[in-house]
Design a protein around this ligand. Structure first.
Ligand SMILES: Nc1ncnc2c1ncn2[C@@H]1O[C@H](COP(=O)(O)OP(=O)(O)OP(=O)(O)O)[C@@H](O)[C@H]1O
Ligand SMILES: [Mg+2]
Length: 239
């Protein structure tokens, strides 16, 4: 694992597509690998913050930041948003409806954006608009921010799944997981756990999806670090 801090934003303007589910699971998978992990919650519904408050004390710790509260507290925002020194991965859960300047601000200093999308025509349309904003408004490619999609609540052999696959094939963006529509996620959320932490013989397929997803993220992270080192070396040569 790379020692540099990686900020991973989970976002989609569409509500209910699985942002908090992805954020909480990702945080718990990183923590399970012994990586210092922080979970920032910018949504005043506080789903991720509540999930963290239910987390059993025998599970690997995650540093929680209720970032939605910072604007109404009489403390400086920078102080509240600070993370412990051992934190290497910052997972950021965001509210639905982010657009315009707010979205541009939210993508500041981000290394990777993960967009969950549901297999439904309304969600596909909203996600297409959101991705257009990320590309044209936030200029994520020019800023070398990695962009990836998670197809969520999928049921293979359904018409809606086929429509989603058709949409995903039109994008030049990696689809890093196709998560099943399963009660395992609801159970995990209730327990303050990730799907790998609940006692269930039915979750092994889901855990396998997450392991692949983490491999992709870490491989990209290593590429990015190598690129930075390479650029630094080039800069040294030219000075
Ligand atoms: N793969 C899945 N299988 C089954 N249920 C799921 C799955 N992913 C999410 N859910 C459920 O769908 C609902 C919405 O998920 P979630 O809260 O993660 O979405 P969200 O994008 O964070 O919503 P909001 O925009 O309101 O913040 C929750 O009840 C969650 O438990
Ligand atoms: Mg949410």
């Amino acid at each position: 694992m790379s020692g540099s801090v990686q900020r991973i934003l989970i976002a989609n303007a569409k509500g209910g597509c699985g942002k908090s589910t992805v954020a909480t699971n990702l945080a718990s998978f990183y923590a399970a690998q012994g990586i210092g992990t922080a979970l920032f919650d910018y949504d005043d519904q506080r789903s991720s913050t509540r999930w963290l408050s239910r987390r059993p004390s025998d599970k690997p710790a995650i540093h929680g930041v209720d970032a939605s509260a910072t604007s109404c507290l009489n403390v400086t925002r920078t102080w509240l948003l600070r993370v412990p020194e051992n934190v290497e991965r910052i997972i950021i859960d965001t509210p639905a409806g982010r657009k315009g300047d707010e979205l541009i601000r939210q993508t500041k200093d981000i290394n990777c954006i993960i967009v969950p999308v549901l297999p439904s025509p309304i969600d596909i349309q909203a996600t297409a608009d959101f991705i257009r904003d990320l590309l044209l408004l936030c200029k994520v490619r020019e800023r070398h921010i990695k962009l990836a999609i998670i197809a969520n609540r999928t049921r293979t052999n359904t018409l809606s799944f086929k429509a989603l696959e058709k949409f995903l094939a039109t994008l030049k963006i990696p689809v890093i997981a196709r998560l099943r529509d399963t009660q395992q996620y609801t159970r995990a959320v209730e327990q303050g756990c990730g799907v790998h932490e609940i006692k269930s013989s039915h979750a092994s397929r889901d855990v396998a999806h997450w392991n692949l997803l983490l491999n992709w993220l870490e491989a990209e992270n290593n590429n990015q670090s190598e690129q930075t080192t390479h650029n630094h070396a080039q800069a040294c040569i030219h000075t």
